[in-house]
Design a protein around this ligand. Sequence first.
Ligand code: TRP
Length: 464
Amino acid sequence: MSEEARTSIHGQWSSRMVFVLAATGSAVGLGNIWKFPYITGENGGGAFVLVYLVCIAVIGIPVMMAETMLGRRGRQSPINTMSALAAEEGRPPIWSLLGWLGVVAGFLILSYYSVIAGWALSYVFRSASGMFVGATADGVNSIFTSLVSDPEKLLAWHSIFMVATMIVVARGVKHGIEKAVSYLMPSLFVLLIVLVFYAMSTGHFSDGLSFLFSPDFSKLGWQSILVAMGHAFFTLSLGMGAIMVYGSYLPKDTSIAKASMMIAVADTVVALMAGMAIFPIVFANNLQPDVGSGLIFQILPIAFGQMEAGVLIGTLFFILLVFAAWSSAISLIEPAVAWMVENKGVNRIYAAVWCGGLTWFVGLGTVFSFNLWAKDTWSLELFGHFLFKDINFFETLEGFTANIMLPLGGLFIAIFAGWLMKTQSTKNELNTTENGYNVWQILIRYVAPTAVMIVFLKAIGVFN
Ligand code: TRP
């Protein structure tokens, strides 16, 4: 088949802008607003943020270009794309395993992502009913605790979110995903600006900024560096085929380099704004930044409870957060759904129900991690230090997917795109300037793989 004739059976984006929107919709989600602040709080602030930013620039952007490029060249689900490209480049068929790694990672991530999105969904109603008005930090804390300690509530919200995700995925790329993101993302951005302005009025804005941006490297161990790197993959939706499958719907003439940079910048700006909104409120209320995964749910309601029109703004904020999570969740099962449609001869509805149902089931583990199984933790000691300490099911899943599976997927993408594809193939497909191509090639061949390997080995403690 000639390159020009290749198209995806699932359809195509109507323009580059739509691809950028959809990929930004995938990238911007709970990772930016829920996860980034809480892991920044747990890992000591500034130095962690700096490492994260460096990872976005030197690993994230080149890997995003590579992943998009592989998808557009293969024009199929990641599994079939990888086996087609491996054949085309004269490489062994085992490369399709990279697609499988991504499918498994997508299921595992979505299983807990949906539970957390359920928290956001339940907060829409808590905010709208005025529960946060005038609430103290303690009051907000007990609202959060009573939610997560009740498995029935968590299960209900998780189920609603999963069904919503299945519906959009079943309707297909063009009708489902395209429309939703184009006006929701800008609205979320506007509300974040409102929150940053509120944070400025707390009198602790500069404390928040210095927590975020003044690096203290004494607080940074290799474990934290691994978390920062894993989060760079997570927040840009890299390393599991989501961006690859979106790339497979991309028109031929689009500049992948420009699109990747736009997506990365938008994603990073949203995360930093979330940080700037949250940490001043933490310090203004004499709270600790390292409370863990409940952080934004324990902090933002304090602000909504105090500000003018807080009920409206808070409700809107959680609605938009749910939409941001929704447009991300879709991309987490799209690779599996696309593969089922291609290989099993089923329609999208059938595929979405199966994939969604399986994810929902795995999600029960996360539902129970905050109540029935909260104390069921385990630890792993290796080379004389703890690799994991007292982590429960949810924490295990979160750490394993974001800090191990995604960087591993990214590493293999970098090796395949940088070393195993002919330079002529990648040059044709990326179709960028000579200098741009050379920079990309250095990053994808040397910088990204070495960085991932060093961080892995250091974090495991192989050499000290
Ligand atoms: N990037 C999303 C977020 O920040 C989550 C996400 C969507 C994702 N698709 C992904 C993470 C694929 C890893 C891989 O919330």
